[in-house]
Design a binder for this molecule. Structure first.
Ligand code: ARG
Length: 496
């Protein structure tokens, strides 16, 4: 029978099923380094404060390092009877150095110990995630540099809207991941708080020097309220919230990669190394990485729900419910890290099909807003110009006839035959070519003039893709000049 720290009070030993049920060692064993680091700072502080002797501190320290080495070697034996990582280390320390080990738990509870361990863990992991996010931002900026002038259709409602630079589209993700970085940086301030010395909940009667413990562990500040210190998991909720937002960005990016790599779009080709095939359909090449990242977003959203629901309604101070915070936290850290890293590796393995993107940007009246803008430049109010351009679109869609005009190529029942293809064309059954819809810039000047006398020969140049892009020079717009500047600034920030 394993001895329990609370044996004094109990006359019965713990039921085996209860031991299994309450054990968290499978999950929290990853915290062993954090736990040992915390204990070392605690014993040094206690020696400094003469709560234990320097000799005792020395023995404890050497013993803890031996336990650390044993756990690291993989030879350590875990048991449900010892519940969690704290009790495993405490027991192993006793086995190493004998009764002095029992002094380590002076002025400390597992409640402030676990709060400390999780904070040590999360500080390091947040920093690592931030570094990984910086690396991903670098890859995004490098990809934007590589394809700086490639034009693609910009979408709203997933309908072609206006031409944009592919690099501009990509830099939208740079902005998102930059905000994610800033969110983590900000949350780090609230994680970087040292709770040890709060003991179980009320603080302690020993003359601790919490400032020294803080300094030894490299925390920014000590916590100010012992009850809050042991019951606060805001920093966990905040971290998972930030991670969830970051995953949502990945999910949106993934959705686009999945769409763009389909034959319907054919905007990108993901290299073989970052796709997988089908076990039955030989032709298939699937964007599984993007799909899985999109799928893993669900897990992280679930983790956020789990931690929020876990904390809701918990009275002060520590409650055992809080042991359940680790699985969602660790899973979030690991999932997000894996997604950031695989994206940073996958992006350079995506080929951009710039021809297809450009062609798509030239079909579907993406210049209709610019026709309206042209009329505005010539003095027409925008709402009127919008309507004029709309009428021109309807005319062009109709193959260069007024929408009401009877089609000479109607079938025997005088019905037009509508059919959509990628170009949103309408066809007469009798002659596809004659009745094929046109783009605005394919109409003749005379045809365009029917909609407004203000339209002159210069309209064709005005509606060219290059001019449409170049004119969008307001801060944050897609012009070549703006995007180049944005990419340069990002490269400078990231020291590329
Ligand atoms: N394993 C516990 C946790 O993760 C450590 C604290 C246990 N405290 C207690 N009073 N049982 O929350």
């Amino acid at each position: 029978m394993t001895q329990k720290p609370w044996d004094g009070r109990f006359s019965q030993s713990t039921d085996k099923m209860v031991e299994r049920f309450t054990s968290s060692i499978d999950v929290d064993k990853v915290l062993y380094n954090c736990d040992i680091d915390g204990s070392i700072a605690h014993l040094k502080m206690m020696a400094h404060q003469s709560i234990i002797t320097h000799d005792e501190a020395d023995t404890l320290l050497k013993g803890l390092e031996k336990v650390r080495a044993k756990i690291a070697s993989g030879e350590f034996e875990y048991s449900d009877a010892l519940e969690d990582i704290h009790m495993h280390i405490e027991k192993a320390l006793g086995d190493e150095i004998g009764t002095v080990a029992k002094k380590l738990h002076t002025a400390r509870s597992r409640n402030d110990q676990i709060a400390l361990d999780v904070r040590i863990y999360l500080k390091a992991e947040t920093q690592a995630l931030m570094n990984a996010l910086l690396n991903l931002q670098k890859v995004i900026v490098q990809t934007a540099q590589k394809y700086i002038d490639v034009v693609m259709p910009g979408y709203t409602h997933l309908q072609r809207a206006q031409p944009v630079l592919f690099s501009h589209h990509l830099m939208a993700y740079y902005e998102m991941f930059k905000r994610d970085y800033e969110r983590f940086e900000d949350s780090l301030k609230r994680t970087d708080v040292m709770p040890l010395g709060s003991a179980a909940l009320a603080g302690t009667t020993y003359p601790l020097n919490r400032e020294l413990t803080r300094e030894l562990l490299g925390f920014a500040k000590v916590s100010d309220n012992s009850m809050d210190s042991v019951s606060d998991r805001d920093f966990v909720m905040e971290f998972i919230s930030d991670a969830t937002i970051c995953m949502i960005h990945f999910s949106r990016f993934s959705e686009e990669l999945v769409l763009w790599s389909s034959s319907e779009f054919a905007f990108i080709t993901i290299s073989d190394a970052f796709t997988t095939g089908s076990s039955i359909m030989p032709q298939k090449k699937n964007p599984d990485v993007a799909e899985l990242v999109r799928g893993k977003t669900g897990r992280v959203v679930g983790n956020l729900m789990a931690i929020l629901t876990l904390m809701k309604s918990l009275p002060l101070a520590y409650n055992r419910d809080m042991q359940e915070d680790k699985e969602p936290l660790f899973d979030t850290v690991n999932t997000l890290k894996a997604c950031i890293d695989i994206y940073a590796k996958m992006l350079p393995n995506i080929e951009i099909n710039s021809e297809t993107m450009l062609n798509a940007a030239q079909k579907g009246y993406l210049n209709a807003t610019d026709l309206a803008d042209y009329l505005v430049v010539k003095g027409m109010p925008f709402r009127e110009a919008h309507s004029v351009s709309g009428k021109a679109v309807a005319f062009a869609l109709n193959g260069g006839r007024c929408a009401s005009g009877k089609c000479v190529h109607a079938d025997e029942n005088d019905k037009r035959v509508n059919r959509s293809d990628n170009n949103s064309s309408q066809f007469c059954k009798s002659d596809k070519n004659i009745c094929k819809s046109k783009e605005l810039n394919e109409l003749s000047l005379d045809e365009l003039k029917n909609f407004s006398d203000l339209i002159e020969e210069d309209i064709f140049d005005f509606l060219s893709i290059e001019k449409m892009i170049s004119r969008r020079i307001t801060h944050g717009s897609t012009s070549y000049v703006n995007v180049k500047k944005a990419v340069e600034q990002a490269a400078e920030r990231l020291k590329i």
